[in-house]
Design a protein around this ligand. Structure first.
Ligand code: ADP
Ligand code: MN
Ligand code: MN
Ligand code: MN
Length: 330
Protein backbone atom coordinates (compact mmCIF):
# COMPACT_ATOMS: atom_id res chain seq x y z
CA UNK A 1 0.00 0.00 0.00
CA UNK A 2 1.03 3.62 -0.54
CA UNK A 3 1.07 6.10 2.33
CA UNK A 4 0.17 9.51 0.92
CA UNK A 5 0.86 12.40 3.29
CA UNK A 6 -1.62 15.18 2.44
CA UNK A 7 -0.04 18.53 3.38
CA UNK A 8 -1.79 21.91 3.47
CA UNK A 9 -1.44 25.48 4.70
CA UNK A 10 -3.88 26.23 7.53
CA UNK A 11 -5.71 29.40 8.58
CA UNK A 12 -3.63 30.44 11.59
CA UNK A 13 -3.25 34.23 11.89
CA UNK A 14 -1.08 36.18 11.46
CA UNK A 15 1.24 33.46 10.16
CA UNK A 16 -0.24 30.36 8.54
CA UNK A 17 1.31 27.03 9.48
CA UNK A 18 1.46 23.56 7.92
CA UNK A 19 -0.81 20.62 8.66
CA UNK A 20 -0.77 17.08 7.34
CA UNK A 21 -2.49 13.73 7.61
CA UNK A 22 -2.01 10.32 6.05
CA UNK A 23 -4.16 8.52 3.50
CA UNK A 24 -3.51 4.85 2.65
CA UNK A 25 -4.07 4.08 -1.03
CA UNK A 26 -3.75 1.08 -3.31
CA UNK A 27 -0.62 1.14 -5.50
CA UNK A 28 -1.36 3.09 -8.67
CA UNK A 29 -4.59 4.58 -7.32
CA UNK A 30 -5.36 8.18 -8.24
CA UNK A 31 -4.93 10.73 -5.46
CA UNK A 32 -8.47 11.61 -4.40
CA UNK A 33 -9.75 14.96 -3.23
CA UNK A 34 -9.99 14.61 0.55
CA UNK A 35 -11.59 16.50 3.41
CA UNK A 36 -10.65 17.75 6.86
CA UNK A 37 -12.13 19.49 9.86
CA UNK A 38 -11.58 23.17 9.17
CA UNK A 39 -12.83 24.18 12.63
CA UNK A 40 -9.60 22.78 14.07
CA UNK A 41 -7.33 24.69 11.68
CA UNK A 42 -8.98 28.13 11.82
CA UNK A 43 -10.49 27.51 8.40
CA UNK A 44 -14.16 27.00 9.32
CA UNK A 45 -16.83 27.41 11.98
CA UNK A 46 -17.92 24.36 13.96
CA UNK A 47 -21.38 24.14 12.40
CA UNK A 48 -20.10 23.83 8.81
CA UNK A 49 -16.59 22.65 9.28
CA UNK A 50 -15.70 20.62 6.18
CA UNK A 51 -12.95 21.86 3.87
CA UNK A 52 -11.51 20.06 0.87
CA UNK A 53 -7.91 19.14 0.02
CA UNK A 54 -7.16 19.31 -3.69
CA UNK A 55 -3.79 17.70 -4.59
CA UNK A 56 -1.63 20.11 -6.64
CA UNK A 57 1.96 18.85 -6.31
CA UNK A 58 3.25 15.36 -5.54
CA UNK A 59 6.75 14.11 -4.80
CA UNK A 60 8.44 11.08 -3.27
CA UNK A 61 8.36 10.87 0.54
CA UNK A 62 12.04 10.48 1.43
CA UNK A 63 11.27 9.90 5.12
CA UNK A 64 8.96 6.93 4.62
CA UNK A 65 10.81 5.83 1.48
CA UNK A 66 9.48 3.12 -0.82
CA UNK A 67 6.38 4.00 -2.87
CA UNK A 68 5.19 6.60 -0.36
CA UNK A 69 4.28 10.14 -1.40
CA UNK A 70 4.07 13.71 -0.15
CA UNK A 71 0.97 15.41 -1.54
CA UNK A 72 0.76 19.19 -1.36
CA UNK A 73 -2.84 20.42 -1.48
CA UNK A 74 -4.80 23.61 -2.03
CA UNK A 75 -7.64 24.14 0.42
CA UNK A 76 -11.09 24.49 -1.16
CA UNK A 77 -14.59 25.10 0.15
CA UNK A 78 -17.08 22.24 -0.20
CA UNK A 79 -18.54 23.90 -3.30
CA UNK A 80 -15.11 23.65 -4.95
CA UNK A 81 -14.28 27.38 -4.80
CA UNK A 82 -10.88 28.38 -3.31
CA UNK A 83 -10.89 28.84 0.46
CA UNK A 84 -10.16 32.34 1.80
CA UNK A 85 -6.89 31.07 3.32
CA UNK A 86 -5.69 29.75 -0.05
CA UNK A 87 -2.93 32.08 -1.28
CA UNK A 88 -1.71 29.71 -3.98
CA UNK A 89 -4.76 30.35 -6.16
CA UNK A 90 -3.85 34.06 -6.42
CA UNK A 91 -0.29 33.24 -7.42
CA UNK A 92 -1.64 30.85 -10.07
CA UNK A 93 -3.68 33.64 -11.64
CA UNK A 94 -0.92 36.26 -11.55
CA UNK A 95 1.73 33.82 -12.80
CA UNK A 96 -0.45 32.79 -15.75
CA UNK A 97 -1.03 36.45 -16.67
CA UNK A 98 2.71 37.25 -16.81
CA UNK A 99 4.05 33.93 -18.06
CA UNK A 100 5.47 35.64 -21.16
CA UNK A 101 8.09 37.43 -18.99
CA UNK A 102 9.34 34.07 -17.64
CA UNK A 103 9.94 35.06 -14.00
CA UNK A 104 12.45 32.98 -12.08
CA UNK A 105 13.00 32.87 -8.33
CA UNK A 106 15.45 31.56 -5.79
CA UNK A 107 14.45 31.81 -2.11
CA UNK A 108 17.04 31.65 0.68
CA UNK A 109 15.19 30.16 3.65
CA UNK A 110 16.85 30.95 6.98
CA UNK A 111 15.63 29.16 10.09
CA UNK A 112 16.66 28.50 13.69
CA UNK A 113 16.94 25.17 15.47
CA UNK A 114 15.63 25.16 19.05
CA UNK A 115 15.93 22.60 21.82
CA UNK A 116 14.45 23.22 25.29
CA UNK A 117 13.57 26.82 24.42
CA UNK A 118 17.03 27.94 23.34
CA UNK A 119 18.85 27.77 20.00
CA UNK A 120 21.23 24.89 19.45
CA UNK A 121 24.72 25.75 20.68
CA UNK A 122 23.44 28.22 23.30
CA UNK A 123 24.58 27.50 26.87
CA UNK A 124 21.92 27.13 29.55
CA UNK A 125 21.05 30.52 31.06
CA UNK A 126 23.66 32.41 29.05
CA UNK A 127 24.94 33.49 25.70
CA UNK A 128 27.44 32.07 23.24
CA UNK A 129 30.46 34.06 22.08
CA UNK A 130 29.48 37.11 19.98
CA UNK A 131 28.63 36.64 16.30
CA UNK A 132 31.59 36.30 13.95
CA UNK A 133 32.85 32.74 13.57
CA UNK A 134 29.54 30.97 13.02
CA UNK A 135 28.56 31.93 9.44
CA UNK A 136 29.69 29.06 7.18
CA UNK A 137 31.76 27.89 10.14
CA UNK A 138 33.32 24.51 10.69
CA UNK A 139 34.12 22.69 13.91
CA UNK A 140 32.12 21.58 16.93
CA UNK A 141 32.69 24.91 18.74
CA UNK A 142 31.27 26.95 15.86
CA UNK A 143 28.55 24.95 14.17
CA UNK A 144 25.54 23.32 15.78
CA UNK A 145 23.02 21.01 14.16
CA UNK A 146 24.93 20.14 11.01
CA UNK A 147 23.76 16.52 11.01
CA UNK A 148 20.16 17.78 10.98
CA UNK A 149 20.77 20.30 8.18
CA UNK A 150 22.57 17.57 6.24
CA UNK A 151 19.70 15.08 6.71
CA UNK A 152 17.31 17.77 5.49
CA UNK A 153 19.40 18.44 2.39
CA UNK A 154 19.50 14.71 1.59
CA UNK A 155 15.73 14.47 2.05
CA UNK A 156 15.09 17.43 -0.30
CA UNK A 157 17.32 15.88 -2.96
CA UNK A 158 15.66 12.47 -2.58
CA UNK A 159 12.22 14.08 -2.87
CA UNK A 160 13.31 15.67 -6.15
CA UNK A 161 12.92 19.24 -4.90
CA UNK A 162 14.78 22.07 -6.59
CA UNK A 163 17.32 22.68 -3.82
CA UNK A 164 20.35 24.91 -4.47
CA UNK A 165 22.47 24.62 -1.32
CA UNK A 166 22.74 25.03 2.46
CA UNK A 167 24.93 27.01 4.86
CA UNK A 168 25.35 27.67 8.57
CA UNK A 169 24.23 31.22 9.41
CA UNK A 170 25.55 34.18 11.41
CA UNK A 171 23.79 33.33 14.69
CA UNK A 172 24.68 29.98 16.26
CA UNK A 173 21.88 27.44 15.73
CA UNK A 174 20.73 29.30 12.62
CA UNK A 175 20.90 27.75 9.15
CA UNK A 176 19.82 28.43 5.59
CA UNK A 177 18.74 26.40 2.60
CA UNK A 178 17.99 27.81 -0.82
CA UNK A 179 15.20 26.67 -3.14
CA UNK A 180 15.30 27.38 -6.89
CA UNK A 181 16.12 28.65 -9.36
CA UNK A 182 12.58 27.97 -10.59
CA UNK A 183 9.32 29.52 -11.75
CA UNK A 184 6.87 31.00 -9.21
CA UNK A 185 4.59 28.04 -8.47
CA UNK A 186 7.46 25.58 -8.49
CA UNK A 187 9.67 27.61 -6.13
CA UNK A 188 6.78 28.20 -3.72
CA UNK A 189 5.51 24.60 -3.76
CA UNK A 190 9.03 23.25 -3.30
CA UNK A 191 9.71 25.67 -0.45
CA UNK A 192 6.57 24.53 1.38
CA UNK A 193 7.61 20.89 0.92
CA UNK A 194 11.15 21.67 2.09
CA UNK A 195 9.74 23.40 5.20
CA UNK A 196 7.55 20.37 5.87
CA UNK A 197 10.57 18.05 5.63
CA UNK A 198 12.52 20.34 7.94
CA UNK A 199 9.86 20.16 10.66
CA UNK A 200 9.55 16.39 10.29
CA UNK A 201 13.30 15.83 10.51
CA UNK A 202 13.36 18.13 13.52
CA UNK A 203 10.80 15.88 15.26
CA UNK A 204 13.15 12.93 14.91
CA UNK A 205 15.92 14.96 16.55
CA UNK A 206 13.80 16.51 19.34
CA UNK A 207 14.54 19.82 17.67
CA UNK A 208 11.90 22.38 16.78
CA UNK A 209 12.45 24.64 13.81
CA UNK A 210 11.33 28.24 13.93
CA UNK A 211 10.91 30.69 11.07
CA UNK A 212 10.56 33.58 13.52
CA UNK A 213 12.22 36.67 11.96
CA UNK A 214 13.97 37.63 15.21
CA UNK A 215 14.22 34.49 17.34
CA UNK A 216 16.62 36.10 19.83
CA UNK A 217 16.38 39.78 20.74
CA UNK A 218 19.54 41.82 20.98
CA UNK A 219 22.79 41.78 19.05
CA UNK A 220 21.93 38.72 16.95
CA UNK A 221 21.00 38.45 13.30
CA UNK A 222 17.36 37.82 12.49
CA UNK A 223 16.14 35.23 9.99
CA UNK A 224 15.15 36.22 6.47
CA UNK A 225 14.02 34.73 3.21
CA UNK A 226 15.98 36.75 0.66
CA UNK A 227 14.11 36.37 -2.60
CA UNK A 228 16.16 36.44 -5.79
CA UNK A 229 14.26 37.42 -8.90
CA UNK A 230 14.72 37.78 -12.64
CA UNK A 231 12.71 37.96 -15.83
CA UNK A 232 13.76 36.96 -19.34
CA UNK A 233 14.52 40.65 -20.07
CA UNK A 234 16.81 40.92 -17.02
CA UNK A 235 18.71 37.78 -17.98
CA UNK A 236 19.27 38.91 -21.57
CA UNK A 237 22.28 41.09 -22.58
CA UNK A 238 21.80 44.64 -21.25
CA UNK A 239 19.27 43.33 -18.72
CA UNK A 240 20.62 45.60 -16.00
CA UNK A 241 18.35 48.33 -17.41
CA UNK A 242 15.28 46.16 -16.76
CA UNK A 243 16.61 45.51 -13.26
CA UNK A 244 16.82 49.24 -12.55
CA UNK A 245 13.26 49.77 -13.79
CA UNK A 246 12.12 46.92 -11.53
CA UNK A 247 13.88 48.46 -8.53
CA UNK A 248 12.16 51.81 -9.14
CA UNK A 249 8.79 50.07 -9.10
CA UNK A 250 9.71 48.22 -5.93
CA UNK A 251 10.63 51.52 -4.30
CA UNK A 252 7.19 52.97 -5.15
CA UNK A 253 5.42 50.00 -3.56
CA UNK A 254 7.83 49.55 -0.63
CA UNK A 255 5.21 49.88 2.13
CA UNK A 256 2.89 47.39 0.44
CA UNK A 257 5.67 44.79 0.22
CA UNK A 258 6.77 45.40 3.81
CA UNK A 259 3.18 44.84 4.99
CA UNK A 260 3.18 41.36 3.43
CA UNK A 261 6.76 40.20 3.98
CA UNK A 262 6.20 38.39 7.29
CA UNK A 263 4.80 39.16 10.74
CA UNK A 264 7.39 40.82 12.99
CA UNK A 265 9.34 42.36 10.09
CA UNK A 266 9.98 45.55 12.09
CA UNK A 267 11.90 43.51 14.67
CA UNK A 268 14.23 42.22 11.98
CA UNK A 269 14.63 45.14 9.56
CA UNK A 270 16.19 47.51 12.06
CA UNK A 271 19.00 48.89 9.92
CA UNK A 272 21.64 46.79 11.66
CA UNK A 273 22.55 43.09 11.33
CA UNK A 274 22.84 43.17 7.53
CA UNK A 275 19.46 44.83 7.01
CA UNK A 276 18.06 48.16 5.85
CA UNK A 277 15.39 49.67 8.13
CA UNK A 278 11.84 48.78 7.09
CA UNK A 279 11.18 52.56 7.04
CA UNK A 280 13.63 53.08 4.18
CA UNK A 281 14.20 51.68 0.72
CA UNK A 282 17.75 51.49 -0.56
CA UNK A 283 19.46 49.43 -3.24
CA UNK A 284 23.07 48.84 -4.03
CA UNK A 285 25.69 46.72 -5.75
CA UNK A 286 26.86 43.96 -3.41
CA UNK A 287 25.30 45.93 -0.50
CA UNK A 288 24.04 43.65 2.28
CA UNK A 289 22.76 46.69 4.18
CA UNK A 290 20.34 47.51 1.34
CA UNK A 291 16.69 46.56 0.78
CA UNK A 292 17.59 45.27 -2.67
CA UNK A 293 21.06 44.06 -3.60
CA UNK A 294 22.48 43.53 -7.06
CA UNK A 295 24.88 40.57 -6.88
CA UNK A 296 28.41 40.88 -8.29
CA UNK A 297 27.81 38.45 -11.18
CA UNK A 298 24.96 40.67 -12.42
CA UNK A 299 27.06 43.83 -12.10
CA UNK A 300 29.94 42.16 -13.96
CA UNK A 301 27.83 40.77 -16.80
CA UNK A 302 25.37 43.66 -17.09
CA UNK A 303 22.46 41.25 -16.77
CA UNK A 304 21.14 38.59 -14.41
CA UNK A 305 18.97 39.03 -11.31
CA UNK A 306 18.49 41.03 -8.11
CA UNK A 307 18.00 40.03 -4.48
CA UNK A 308 15.07 41.38 -2.45
CA UNK A 309 16.50 41.18 1.08
CA UNK A 310 13.34 42.33 2.85
CA UNK A 311 11.21 39.16 3.12
CA UNK A 312 11.33 37.49 6.54
CA UNK A 313 11.90 33.79 7.16
CA UNK A 314 8.18 33.42 7.92
CA UNK A 315 7.04 34.98 4.62
CA UNK A 316 4.37 33.17 2.61
CA UNK A 317 6.17 32.02 -0.56
CA UNK A 318 2.94 32.31 -2.57
CA UNK A 319 2.64 35.96 -1.49
CA UNK A 320 6.23 37.14 -2.00
CA UNK A 321 6.39 35.63 -5.49
CA UNK A 322 2.99 37.09 -6.42
CA UNK A 323 3.89 40.58 -5.16
CA UNK A 324 7.20 40.61 -7.04
CA UNK A 325 5.47 39.62 -10.28
CA UNK A 326 2.64 42.14 -9.75
CA UNK A 327 4.99 45.01 -8.98
CA UNK A 328 7.72 44.27 -11.51
CA UNK A 329 5.81 42.69 -14.42
CA UNK A 330 2.46 44.47 -14.04
P1 ADP B 1 23.66 34.94 -1.02
O1 ADP B 1 24.98 35.32 -1.59
O2 ADP B 1 22.71 36.09 -0.96
O3 ADP B 1 23.77 34.20 0.28
P2 ADP B 1 22.81 32.34 -2.11
O4 ADP B 1 23.98 31.69 -2.75
O5 ADP B 1 22.41 31.86 -0.76
O6 ADP B 1 23.00 33.95 -2.14
O7 ADP B 1 21.53 32.16 -3.03
C1 ADP B 1 21.49 32.61 -4.35
C2 ADP B 1 20.07 32.43 -4.87
O8 ADP B 1 19.96 33.08 -6.12
C3 ADP B 1 19.66 30.98 -5.11
O9 ADP B 1 18.44 30.72 -4.44
C4 ADP B 1 19.46 30.90 -6.63
O10 ADP B 1 18.39 30.03 -6.95
C5 ADP B 1 19.11 32.33 -6.96
N1 ADP B 1 19.38 32.69 -8.36
C6 ADP B 1 20.50 32.49 -9.09
N2 ADP B 1 20.34 32.94 -10.35
C7 ADP B 1 19.08 33.46 -10.42
C8 ADP B 1 18.31 34.09 -11.46
N3 ADP B 1 18.81 34.30 -12.70
N4 ADP B 1 17.05 34.47 -11.17
C9 ADP B 1 16.54 34.30 -9.94
N5 ADP B 1 17.21 33.71 -8.93
C10 ADP B 1 18.48 33.30 -9.16
MN1 MN C 1 22.35 32.92 1.13
MN1 MN D 1 21.58 34.05 4.71
MN1 MN E 1 21.08 36.49 0.40
Amino acid sequence: MVKAEYIWVDGTKPTQTLRSKTRVLAPGAELPTWGFDGSSTQQAEGHASDCLLEPVFVCADPLRGGPHKLVLCEVMNVDGSPHASNQRVHLREVAARHQDQVPWFGIEQEYTMFRESRPLGWPEGGYPAPQGPFYCGVGADEVFGRSIAEAHLDACIAAGLSIYGINAEVMPGQWEFQVGTAGPLEVADHLVMARYLLYRIGEAHQTSMTLHPKPVRGDWNGAGAHTNFSTAAMRAPGGIRAIHVAIERLQERHAHHIAHYGEGIEQRLTGTHETCSFREFRYGDSDRGASVRIPPSTVAEGCGYFEDRRPCANVDPYVVTRLLIETVCG
